[in-house]
Design a binder for this molecule. Sequence first.
Ligand code: NGQ
Ligand code: ZN
Length: 456
Amino acid sequence: MTNKSNLWFEEALLPSGWARNVAIAVSDGRIEAVRTQIDPGPADDRYGVALPGLSNVHSHAFQRGMAGLAETRGPAGDDFWTWREVMYRFLDRLGPADVEAIAAQAYMEMLEAGFTRVGEFHYLHHDIDGGRYTNVGELAERIAAAADLTGIGLTLLPVFYAHSGFGGADPKPAQRRFLSNRDLFSQLLDASHRAVASLPGANVGVAPHSLRAVTADELEAVVGLAVDGPIHIHAAEQLKEVEDCIRWSGLRPVRWLLEHMRVDQKWCLIHATHLTVDETQRLASSGAVAGLCPTTEANLGDGVFPAKEFLASGGVFGIGTDSNVLIETAGELRGLEYSQRLTLRERNVLGPSEGDSIGGALFRSASTGGAQALGAPHLGLRAGAPADIVTLDREHPSLIGRQGDALLDAWIFAGGGKLVETVWRNGNRVVEQGRHRKHREVTSHYRTVVKALLSG
Ligand code: NGQ
Ligand code: ZN
């Protein structure tokens, strides 16, 4: 039996631009037809403003469980590397059921924020003592189960991690839960495919963690396993990483990747914060997506991505919530623009031409770049795409009298997260009035798990 519904929106952001009086017919999770300038039918469900669901290109779901717990000053000056120690200590306690409950909470919050798909950069593979689980896909299955429970679209990115620094340095004990060799990684990849097999629209890519964690040979081998999925890698997030890379190879990390790998549309370079002008232009022309995570990059003191030059050179970006310290869509886009305003001392930076709405430019780029980065380029409000639709609360004071891109400006700069009203993912209405249908159940489970973790 097919499952059909007819939705009607006052305004909708289609691939061709804003349209009014839009009817979207949904059948078995897909958009069957989009018609504009049409009156609502008697059986249509009516809504205000429709946007395509956004892709969250970079998440480490388990880190949601330590959100806000790394904001106390330590004995020496705190930085990314001291944060990483705190994060390693937190994951020392996580069992499979904890991972699943925390991921479910994170994915539910993503849907409530307007993300309908997530790229999970999944590197927690082994047991607490570093021993293998009997089932090599144990934790990949927990991620898939959290996606299944909440309904979010999943791009699973199993991570290859083998070293603690450039040139194949031995891993640290605290990294024991992440480690693979080539043979184990191909098992993890097979297990990842099996874990997502029954999830609608899910796919699998590969994620060599960073140039710190893989050798050149390992990188080549892992990239060769990508087949038709995307390739994600952390790059040039911290200055120390850039300096260590130069010491190892004579080149900066992004330059090294551009010279040694065929970096193209299949690639997503996460952060890519520290770029020269030349790297910025070459990364933009490679067609790879820059996976920007403005909230986490601010939280970790990473630095500011040269977004203005990158976009001027035709670059494509997606946004990610990374450490999940705060899960927002509007907030990430606002953070990206504000980081540019603060460093350049200008306003309205990330709109390419006069008359461009900044909210509109940010949202469109994050939609197309995000979908590309997750190997799901067909996303959007168009016939044949999955019905991943987000509505904004038309009655919110920030949206009064706005139309078209002015709605996006109001949402991103003046409204915040609370404007997301209804979210469909694969045709299922998973969020209503800003709350996920399983909010109570998912959060009560999360509460139990986190209380136990923090009291232990
Ligand atoms: C991660 N997070 O893999 O969770 C990293 C920290 C590392 C960010 N880079 C670990 N934001 O890069 O070594
Ligand atoms: Zn990351």
